[in-house]
Design a protein around this ligand. Sequence first.
Ligand SMILES: C[S@@+](CC[C@H](N)C(=O)[O-])C[C@H]1O[C@@H](n2cnc3c(N)ncnc32)[C@H](O)[C@@H]1O
Length: 263
Amino acid sequence: MDVNRVYQGDSLKLLDRIEDSSIELVICDGPFGVTNNDWDRVGSIQEFNLDLIRRFADKLKDGGTLYLFGKPDCIDFIDYRPYLTLRSRIVWYQPSRLAQGRISFTNNYDILCYFVKGSRATTFNLDEIRVPQLVELEHRLRCERVPSVTNGQYGKTKFNDLGKNPGDVWGDIKQLTYKSKELVSREVLNTIQKPIKLMERLIKASSNEGDLVLDPFCGVGTALVACERLERNYIGFEMNGEFISETRRRLKEVRSSRMESLF
Ligand SMILES: C[S@@+](CC[C@H](N)C(=O)[O-])C[C@H]1O[C@@H](n2cnc3c(N)ncnc32)[C@H](O)[C@@H]1O
């Protein structure tokens, strides 16, 4: 299958055309099983995800990574362990989500299941995705000597000037709103288009320049745009023709601005 292309069709069929053990990173932002969109009606979302996990495992290289987006219960009660190792469930916290629940607590986060093929990832570029350590920095300025969390002994705390590990609760990247400049149209708000910053964090962390990234449910192509900017190779699948056109338009825009910057 040619790389740096987006293919129109059913991902579940197109996946078979990808060579086994050829992909470094899969970003899967597909059905959540919660909306009225036809494509989101998948029966049991957990069984649907288990089938995807099994198939992605075949396509990933050893040490490759899968980020699977979903609701908090999207991998509950399924056994994915024969295929991939779950290293984190990253909480993508969205405080602005409308809190309309009346009988229970409103869900205001999605999860990104961080899976690795094998016991650890070949690539985890922490320095590329560090975030500011504002609280710690203030603390350091006030007292140079603090007790170690492991043995209680006082010593000088070591801080990385590049920032800290983003951890597994991400509240610093906001979902798009009607006012977001990057929103391609109102139709794709909420259930479709994700912020480029979110995709860039995943791609920077878990791939290197020239690696191959698969986005099997690419929507309007946010992850592919991030790949194009970050010089990763990519393959995208999408069934909706209008979204494909939007993806191609966005990719062309990145390529032309890169060309312009060369002159
Ligand atoms: C949540 S959206 C992805 C959004 C994307 N991350 C972005 O930022 O633009 C999921 C997409 O998967 C597509 N889709 C769902 N099932 C599919 C299938 N079986 N084959 C191809 N595309 C599918 C939908 O049309 C939808 O655009």
